[in-house]
Design a protein around this ligand. Structure first.
Ligand code: NAD
Length: 497
């Protein structure tokens, strides 16, 4: 059995593990490796290494940091096939989706190559006679990233390029089911010339997360995962004096208005509900069909869903892989069973699917449920699987009440051809990322990504300009040089006007 170790101080590191985790191939159900889960002592070792490395790294010139980011960007491009195969083997998503997430992660590396611009300060001359002010942003110090299983490359890349380019050291607590892309990233940073100890990877469960959240020498934590864990990380981290951004779960809704182009909407809804088997935080699990169009829309979506080829992610033509685990598959089928018992109409049933030769894989085909009741757990919970729930509303106001009554606020979309309604929607909706005829409105990396309500704890979104803000502290410097005009001191607090 292959053992996957941590990466600390530029090399693989065994330490003194608290436990181990079986990494599975979701397409076969087989165990492919054993991942070491760090003890509190291992976390402490990583923090000491990172602190020492950061002190030197923060003095690297912007030009040198930028050059390493350019090199890293190219290395990720050169190794994307290898990384994508690792993702397919551990996560299960299909190959082109794995390439897609690496590409979107690389966009943050692109942004990090222009850290020279992002870190520019401001200045004003003569705020009083002979007195000037300027601002700088300095690294926070040691940053930890705690990440979910669903984007093994992209979500960590939302964090580490900007944290590192801003002059911090980074400790990535990878997601246990999908560690390999993170370790390849560590090897590539070394090849790119990043000094040892600036980027570290540890495996771990709640023992490691607790050690991170309470460690006195970690300055900031970026967390992405489910809402209950986001609350734990936010509360514990803040109590221990850290800057924390914690992105939580989602249950994204799209409103489909009666004037929308139904064929266009159905095709896009199918792709966004079932892409990556629904295991995207910006997936579209709920549609609110307005003015009686529910049954027709459900039929149209199901026509597209029926053509989705489900299978092992490396197989030619496969568009959707398995879900992450047996536990997830059982949970998702249970939610469908329950919705049906509560009166939902099954327009397409993904439960019976078996892939020949992959009977032990965690496969489900797309499921389309129409007329789902608002108290069914398949609607109220984050399903995180290939299930679309269609609920009905009589008009825009009722649809908007449904969308805003739910606790999450990650992404939300509307399908309409009415510009006035679209304009109202973008102002009314309580969500951080909004799409007009775009069901997965994920911002590009030079904008920031984040939700509202239970989808984000903390006040800054991730990556882009707000990412740089999160990983740096502001300093305002006021300057005066002795001269005839500035020599005289005054006891008064009044500023000269
Ligand atoms: P998760 O919350 O189970 O795990 C996230 C991280 O927290 C992992 O590294 C895990 O090891 C750790 N963890 C898990 N349980 C813990 C506990 N009790 N105490 C301390 N640490 C713990 O999430 P997941 O299942 O890996 O990922 C799916 C979730 O992530 C979904 O809810 C999805 O919406 C969310 N997600 C959100 C975004 C976003 O941008 N808002 C992006 C991707 C995924």
């Amino acid at each position: 059995m292959r053992t996957i170790e941590h990466w600390i101080d530029g090399a693989y590191y065994q330490g003194n593990p608290a436990s181990t985790f079986d990494v599975h191939n979701p397409a076969t159900g087989e165990v492919s490796a054993e991942l070491l889960h760090a003890s509190a002592e291992d976390v402490d070792h990583a923090v000491k290494v990172a602190r020492r490395a950061q002190q030197e790294w923060s003095h690297y010139s912007l030009a040198k940091r930028q050059a390493i980011m350019y090199k890293m960007r190219q290395l990720v491009l050169d190794h994307q096939d290898e990384m994508a195969q690792m993702i397919v083997a551990e996560h299960g998503k299909n190959y082109s989706d794995a390439i897609g997430e690496i590409q979107r992660g690389r966009e943050t590396l692109d942004f990090a190559t222009s850290i020279t611009v992002a870190l520019k300060g401001q200045n004003s001359f003569d705020i009083s006679t002979g007195v000037d002010i300027h601002t700088i942003r300095q690294p926070v110090g040691v940053v930890a990233g705690i990440v979910p299983f669903n984007f093994p490359a992209m979500v960590p890349m939302w964090m580490h390029p900007l944290a590192i380019a801003s002059g911090n050291a980074f400790i990535l607590k990878c997601a246990s089911p999908v560690p390999s892309a993170s370790l390849l990233t560590a090897e590539l940073y070394k090849e790119a010339g990043l000094p040892d100890g600036v980027f570290n990877v540890i495996g771990g469960d709640k023992v490691a997360v607790e050690a991170i959240c309470t460690h006195p020498d970690i300055d900031a934590i970026s967390f992405v995962g489910s809402t209950p864990v986001a609350h734990i990380v936010q509360n514990t981290g803040v109590q221990h004096g850290k800057r924390v951004q914690a992105l939580g779960g989602a249950n994204n809704h799209a409103i489909v208005m009666p004037d929308a182009d139904l064929a266009f909407a159905a095709e896009h809804i199918s792709a966004s509900a079932f892409g990556a088997a629904g295991e995207r935080c910006m997936a579209l699990p709920v549609v609110v069909a307005v003015g009686g169009i529910g049954p027709k829309l459900a039929e149209e979506v199901a026509k597209h869903a029926a053509n989705i080829k489900v299978g092992p992610g490396m197989e030619d033509g496969v568009e959707m892989g398995p879900v992450i685990s047996d536990v997830a598959k059982t949970r998702i089928t249970g939610l469908i069973d329950d919705a049906v018992a509560k009166g939902a109409k099954v327009v397409m049933d993904g439960r019976p699917l078996v892939i020949p030769g992959h009977e032990n894989g965690y496969f489900l085909a797309p499921t389309v449920l129409d007329n789902v009741s608002l108290d069914a757990p398949v609607y109220t919970q984050e399903v995180f699987g290939p299930v679309l729930a269609i609920v009905h509303a009589d008009n825009y106001d009722e649809a908007m009440r449904i969308v805003n009554a739910q606790p999450f606020g990650n992404g939300s979309a509307i399908f309409t051809n009415d510009g006035g309604v679209a304009r109202r929607f973008q102002l009314d909706v309580e969500a951080g990322m909004v799409g007009i005829n775009v069901p997965i409105p994920t911002p590009v990396a030079y904008y920031s990504f984040g939700g509202w309500k239970e989808s984000l704890m903390g006040d800054l979104h991730i990556h882009g300009p707000e990412g740089v803000q999160f990983y740096t502290k502001a300093k305002a410097i006021t300057t005066r040089w002795p001269s005839e005009a500035t020599f005289k001191a005054t006891m008064s607090f009044q500023r000269e006007e």
